[in-house]
Design a protein around this ligand. Structure first.
Ligand code: LAG
Ligand code: CA
Length: 479
């Protein structure tokens, strides 16, 4: 359950938050496949309650398991999964298994036209009835595991996953998606479900569909959303035996570090020594769809696309360092934390459009961090470095660091007043390399800075103080 089943040497997934299925299909073919992205986390594909004003979070209120949402129909979903797999890009489904809809109104309508009654606990399109839910308590005390798992999160009707019927419904839903060709699942709100219930559910999942290019007997990739910042009784280690787990401490610590609230030199032992999960168990990211807008827990320090250089440099570190399974965020612009994706007045999502320079048209409202030139180059660097260990760690003062991977090298200066001026071991074969931070190698040479690596692998490097500056390069950027 800990293998993402990426094709070839791919290493990283992107969350195309709220994207329509047809747009994801063309994005796999035209950009993600060619640029070496490994997979896409998609928004929940099952029918959700329609909430007035169409906030993004209505998709975390399941109303049935019909595959019909604002992102598209079942046919469009099937087409997208097939085309992405053909382009070498895997699909991971955001699976909301903990609960159904929340309160506020009794009679509720879903994106597929189904109806539900919140007060009566009736979801005829599934079907679920009163006997399928836990009791009428709300979660208030996060130090009480029993309550966190058996009471309602934010008033959302809490499914009882120990009931055979509930388990069977959830397993059938996930197996339909596996048979369509998805490679795995993000398990939403995993902390709010009992590990033994989840284990039983995972155990009944089909192997991945070999006609979509998966090896025989491949188990679905499972990564469980558990927010554990060290202050609660429920910990990530209860879930890591079952599958991978989101490591929110990484997002938090990277936010502090690249905001200058901690010293980069401490990154020498980035990984489990920071009380984080073993590398093979951890899904790591700089921000996610919740904490980029102040939802979920521990969002305070998190960096987002709004933060410019510190955000970009956190991504440089995340993607260059061997720790964890990396995921990057792709967002839309928002003014308030409830705002849904770009949509017409009748609620239809407006598809992303691209400018001639390849960037998303911001007039529509999509940000598309994954299309940033730097992002694609960092993905290439991570794919080249593969599973090679970190070597040649170097630091000076508090905020100057450098390290190498097999065939790749990075250096960062975040000192306010001290220039980085040092001879650094890159581990690279001698030659002239193109820095990929502000430019790239092209037919005509290098549009960025040139780096001269001598016969023994040394690089005499200067990086100015003041704002953050960095260089990164790899064997494919050798001129
Ligand atoms: C998650 N992980 O555990 C998701 O990452 C997160 O985005 C989900 O919350 C949450 N769990 C439940 O799946 C989101 C929003 C909430 C929203 C909820 C349900 O962050 O703000 O709650 O989805 O749509 C909203 C209102 C609440 C209200 C609730 C029920 O904000 O005030 O109580 O709906 O009506
Ligand atoms: Ca629960």
């Amino acid at each position: 359950y800990k293998q993402p089943h990426y094709e070839g040497k791919r290493t990283t997934m992107v969350h195309l938050f709220e994207w329509p299925w047809p747009s994801i299909a063309t994005e796999c073919e035209q950009f993600l496949g060619p640029k070496g992205f490994g997979g896409v986390q998609i928004s929940p594909p099952n029918e959700n309650r329609i909430v007035n004003g169409r906030p993004w979070w209505e998709r975390y209120q399941p109303l049935s398991y019909l595959l019909h949402t604002r992102s598209g129909t079942e046919q469009q979903l099937i087409d997208m999964i097939t085309r992405c797999n053909r382009a070498g890009v895997r699909i991971y489904v955001d699976a909301v298994l903990n609960h159904m809809t929340g309160g506020g109104s009794d009679a509720q309508t879903g994106t597929g036209g189904s109806l539900a009654h919140y007060e009566k606990h009736q979801y005829p399109a599934v079907p679920y009835g009163p006997g399928d839910f836990n009791g009428a308590c709300n979660i208030i005390d996060y130090q009480a595991p029993q309550q966190v798992r058996n009471c309602r999160l934010l008033s959302l009707l809490d499914l009882n996953q120990s009931k055979p019927h509930v388990r069977q419904v959830l397993v059938n839903y996930m197996n339909r998606l596996i048979d369509m060709g998805v490679a795995g699942f993000r398990i939403d709100a995993a902390k709010h479900m009992w590990p033994q219930d989840l284990e039983a559910i995972y155990g009944q999942l089909h192997n991945l569909n070999t006609s979509h290019g998966f090896a025989p007997n491949s188990r679905p990739f499972i990564f469980q959303e558990v927010i554990d910042l060290g202050s609660e009784r429920i910990t990530t280690s209860e879930y890591s035996p079952l599958g991978c787990v989101t490591e929110f401490r990484a997002a938090n610590e990277l936010g502090k570090l690249f905001r200058g609230r901690n010293a980069l030199k401490w990154l020498h032992n980035w990984g489990p020594d920071w009380s984080m999960l073993p590398s093979g168990d951890a899904v790591v990211f700089v921000d996610n769809h919740d904490n980029q807008r102040g939802h979920g827990a521990g969002a305070g320090d998190v960096l987002t696309h709004k933060d410019g250089k510190p955000y970009e440099t956190a991504l440089v570190f995340l993607l260059a360092h061997p720790y964890g399974l990396t995921r990057v965020m792709s967002s839309y612009a928002f003014n308030n934390s409830d705002q849904g994706p770009p949509a017409t007045s009748d609620g239809a999502i407006v598809a992303p459009r691209f400018l001639r320079n390849g960037q998303c048209d911001h007039l529509v409202g999509w940000i598309c961090e994954h299309r940033w030139p730097l992002m694609a180059r960092l993905i290439e660097l991570r794919n080249i470095a593969g599973s090679s260990p970190l070597t040649h760690w170097w630091s000076q003062h508090d905020q100057q660091i450098a390290f190498a991977r097999a065939n790749a090298f990075v250096a960062i200066n975040m000192e306010k007043e001290k220039e980085l001026n040092a001879k650094l071991q890159t581990g690279l074969p001698s030659g002239v390399y193109c820095d990929i931070i502000d430019g790239e190698k092209s037919d005509s040479g290098c549009s960025g800075r040139k780096l001269y690596v001598d016969a023994e692998g040394w690089l005499q490097l200067q990086l100015p103080p003041g704002s953050i500056s960095s260089v990164a390069t790899h064997i494919n950027a050798k001129l």
